[in-house]
Design a protein around this ligand. Structure first.
Ligand code: FCB
Length: 480
């Protein structure tokens, strides 16, 4: 990425407009299962999301990613849309079951060819590809062998990372290993609202460790296969956790959630150890003996930047009884995604909400970026996802007017700009998402796209927000 050559200097501020630093990356983001479709084509095998979506009652309306936005066939059109928007980068994910169908052994040429064609087209159009290796589509065969709670899955992931890097390293310079391992571990294995839908808190903690380990091993595999100027990172949905009040009990609830949401990853990834308070909080569930000598050294690999996904803050208080884990914005389940953190209530901050029911709160992003800048001063940050779902529809004139999304983006980009002004090293911003798509447990009922997708026909209609974002990306400036 143009931004990778060094720390970008904060741009001078003017009263009316906010100019981002030269070289700031403007991108859009997607993920394979959410857009590709072609679930059984060219040798792709089922992932845990195919299995989960086909399980009655798991995904709203029984939706699946079988067809999704049909990006597997419409990729050229989608790249053309991005070129029209004038974005400088595109974050997408490789479907592991398309590249290495059983999760072990050789790669599949047809799967790799799809990503070769896609990335060639992106580069032809001057759009820098950022490839995510894992956006939640574990090959089902690996789940059948135990999934992320099993250590062997970390080795499988590193092998796949090496294959991907060898095949695409000549054209993809920027890589992230995992997308939001918190969701994979805790929604996948504790609350069960994501694939594979297990509800075993200890399995979730084991999964978190093996995702961390898989990341570390994958970074090693990437570095040995990629040119030395490649950029390697991980994307976390770092939660901005706020206590509801200043009292000590609420502060402790925030500490416990912060440990399970954030520090279970940033601890080993960036400091080389699991936080002592996390081990203590979860001691009645596990002694963490699945962490072997040397693991945390493997996990702590030098990173070129940290990918940050932010949508809304997490407001918590201490509670009596089993209060509130259903209202934490991560889907409804009788099982908590927070192992060992009982008696925590989650609160919706006042103000507007999106169609997901998530609070619109750009100050959370500002505070989060400042905290990350303070905690990890030498680590550049990249916003790898930010965006909002609203109930968009096509007007009789054939337009999609989405002022709420524009307001959301304006607010959050202002927060990013303020953070840069305050000295935080933020290198870029990827809007979630390029297209309306399969929103996991919510199926197609939630529209996050800058581009509207008419699912019956596949037709794409850039929304008003796409035109707005295009202007920001082209000028690098946010109007006052
Ligand atoms: C993130 C996911 C992304 C999308 C957005 C709304 O947690 O990474 O795939 O679903 O939320």
């Amino acid at each position: 990425m143009a931004t990778a050559t060094g720390r970008v200097a904060p741009a001078p501020e003017t009263a009316a407009a906010r100019a981002f630093p030269p070289g700031f990356t403007w991108g859009t983001a997607t993920a394979a299962y959410q857009i590709e479709g072609a679930a059984a084509l060219d040798g792709r095998t089922p992932s845990i999301w195919d299995t989960y979506a086909r399980t009655p009652g798991k995904v709203r309306n029984g939706d699946t990613g079988d067809i999704a936005t049909d990006h597997y066939h419409r990729w050229r059109e989608d790249v053309a849309i991005m070129a029209d928007l004038g974005v400088s980068a595109y974050r997408f994910s490789l479907a592991w079951p398309r590249v290495q169908p059983t999760g072990r052994g050789p790669s599949l040429q047809k799967g790799l060819d799809f990503y070769r064609r896609l990335t060639d087209e992106l580069l032809d159009r001057n759009i820098q590809p950022l490839a995510t290796l894992y956006h939640w589509d574990l090959p089902q065969e690996l789940e059948d062998a135990g999934g992320w709670p099993e250590r062997a899955t970390a080795d499988r992931f590193a092998e796949y990372a090496g294959l991907a890097a060898e095949a695409l390293g000549d054209r993809v310079r920027t890589w992230t290993t995992l997308n939001e391992p918190w969701c994979s571990a805790f929604l996948g294995y504790a609350s069960g609202v994501h694939a594979p839908g297990r509800t075993d808190p200890v399995a979730a903690l084991r999964a978190a460790h093996h995702l961390n380990l898989g990341h570390g091993k994958a970074v090693q595999a990437l570095r040995s296969a990629l040119p030395s100027d490649a950029l390697v990172a991980i994307t976390l949905n770092v939660h901005h956790v706020r206590p509801l009040t200043g009292n000590a009990q609420d502060a402790d609830a925030a500490r416990r959630i912060d440990a399970l949401a954030n520090r279970v990853f940033t601890g080993p990834l960036l400091h080389g150890e699991y936080p002592a308070d996390l081990l203590r909080d979860t001691a009645r569930l596990t002694d963490w003996s699945f962490v072997r000598d040397g693991d945390t050294e493997v996990i702590r690999q030098p990173l070129d930047f940290l990918g940050v996904n932010y949508y809304t803050p997490t407001v918590v208080s201490a509670a009596t009884g089993d209060a509130g884990h259903n209202s934490d914005g991560h889907g409804k389940s009788a099982h908590s995604p927070w192992p060992g953190a009982d008696n925590v209530a989650f609160h919706l901050p006042p103000g507007d909400t999106t169609a997901m029911g998530w609070a619109v709160d750009p100050s959370g992003l500002y505070d989060l970026l400042l905290r990350l800048g303070r905690d990890f001063p030498d680590l550049p940050l990249m916003i790898t996802e930010n965006g909002a779902a609203f109930d968009d529809y096509v007007s009789p004139e054939g337009e999609v007017r989405d002022p709420d999304r524009i307001a959301y983006m304006r607010g959050h980009l202002t927060a990013v700009h303020r953070a840069i002004e305050a000295g935080v090293d933020v290198r870029g911003y990827f809007l979630w998402s390029l297209l309306d798509n399969f929103e996991w447990g919510y199926g197609y009922s939630k529209r996050f796209g800058a581009v509207y997708v008419d699912y019956p026909t596949g037709k794409r209609i850039p929304k008003a927000s796409a035109h707005w974002y295009s202007k920001v990306a082209r000028t690098g400036t946010l109007d006052g």
